[in-house]
Design a protein around this ligand. Structure first.
Ligand code: GLY
Length: 392
């Protein structure tokens, strides 16, 4: 018998009411001994994951219309204004910060303040575009001997929807043009022939020439950091949704096929598909994000128009699109079932949902709660149960 996703959604809501009530005012990244930490003070206010708890609150509000979730989401969004005063804190992750906060709020209530925040964030993100190489620069300098001026990362595909949103909102094509130029560069330089994906690519910032790739948060150069695969899978699907350009759909399918064939039997996703047997670490954020990407892609492929739309010749007929859609939905359900059964803590007295998330293969710490794992798990369950607020 199939999973009862409705029951899981209700279980999440019941737990989150208690979690949000006792964590008012916090911006969590992780939980220690089942208690959320707080990144809302000045030194941490620009941390790249700070938007995800806001997104969780808006998804919960959208599902329940309960004021507690809305009030906490607005408080968090207001606190994040401090980040606009820190040039170095503002980086490529403007989308992760302000899509699940200001844009989510704006989609629901059309408030001027939220719109203003999201447009400032989009303008700052656009300012990171390197015209020589057609990419959005990733981080700022880290104050060590690494020169990151010419670095771009696959994660940034998930920030592009902030630019698509700004162009749609203003009727001004500049933002979208930057998003498309970056997506084209990522398609050419990050996606390998077999559908696996690089994490970091360094370009010469003055000429735009490809320099080299880096293993980044994965196991090594040439390996397949799973969260990076998911940013590509979901990110190219979103670029297709926002542009209608078939080359992004084809890229998403290429990445999705490679990911799908590497999902382990037990449905739990490792930090890197190419990591050794020992030490073998799980990253449940990758399972949750991939599930969102697979479900979104499956829904795109259910639309009969998908075989007609776009500016490239479609190589699929409707029955092939249906087969792919079913395959992707099955992949998502397999991973979400594994998370639900093996890796999800529904105890209302514990703050975290997912317990085995990993930021990076070579970090000292692995398999602990991370807020974006919880966010994307909820988003995926909401997608399956018709509760989702579209954020990206
Ligand atoms: N965007 C950084 C990460 O996925 O860890």
């Amino acid at each position: 018998m199939g999973k009862n996703w409705e029951e899981i959604a209700e279980k999440i809501i019941k737990k989150e009411r208690a979690v949000v009530e006792r964590n008012k005012g916090k911006i969590p990244y992780t939980a220690k001994n089942h208690v959320f930490d707080d990144r809302s003070d000045k030194k941490d206010i620009c941390w790249w994951t700070n938007g995800f708890y806001g997104g969780t609150l808006w998804q919960l509000y959208n599902a329940t219309k309960e004021e507690l979730f809305k009030d906490c989401a607005i408080e968090l969004e207001n606190k994040m204004d401090a980040c606009f005063m820190d040039y170095n804190g503002m980086d490529h992750d403007a989308g992760f910060r302000w899509l699940p906060t200001a844009v989510a709020n704006y989609r629901l209530f059309q408030g001027k303040e939220s719109k203003n925040r999201a447009l400032l964030a989009a303008a700052n993100l656009s300012g990171r575009f390197n015209l020589n190489g057609n990419f959005i620069r990733a981080w700022n300098d880290w104050g060590d001997d690494r020169d990151t001026t010419g670095w771009a990362i696959i994660d940034c595909m998930m920030n592009l929807p902030l630019l698509y949103w700004a162009s749609e909102e203003l009727g001004d094509p500049r933002f979208k043009a930057i998003a498309v130029a970056h997506a084209d560069t990522a398609m050419k330089n990050f996606i390998r022939e077999d559908g696996s994906v690089r994490h970091i690519v360094g370009f010469d910032p003055a000429t735009g020439e490809f320099d080299r790739d880096y293993g980044g948060q994965g196991y090594s150069e040439g390996s397949s950091w799973t969260r990076g695969q998911t940013w590509a899978l979901y990110g190219f699907t979103l670029s297709y949704i926002h542009t209608g350009d078939k080359k992004y759909l084809e890229t998403a399918i290429k990445v999705a096929d490679r990911f799908a064939e590497r999902i382990p039997e037990n449905g739990l996703i490792p930090v890197d598909f190419d990591q050794p047997k020992e030490p073998y670490y799980i990253d449940s954020t990758a399972a949750a994000i991939a599930s969102c990407g697979f479900i979104t892609l499956a829904k795109v492929l259910e639309d009969p128009e998908v075989c007609k739309s776009g500016n490239a010749t479609c190589r699929m007929n409707n029955s092939e699109a249906t087969m792919l859609s079913e395959k992707y939905m099955a992949a998502a359900e397999k991973m979400l079932s594994a998370l639900d059964e093996i890796d999800c803590d529904y105890d209302p007295s514990h703050d975290e949902l997912l317990t085995r998330c990993s930021a990076s293969y070579h970090d000292k710490e692995h398999e602990f709660p991370i807020i974006y794992g919880d966010y994307y798990y909820i988003e995926a369950i909401w997608k399956l149960t018709g509760r989702e607020l579209f954020i990206w």
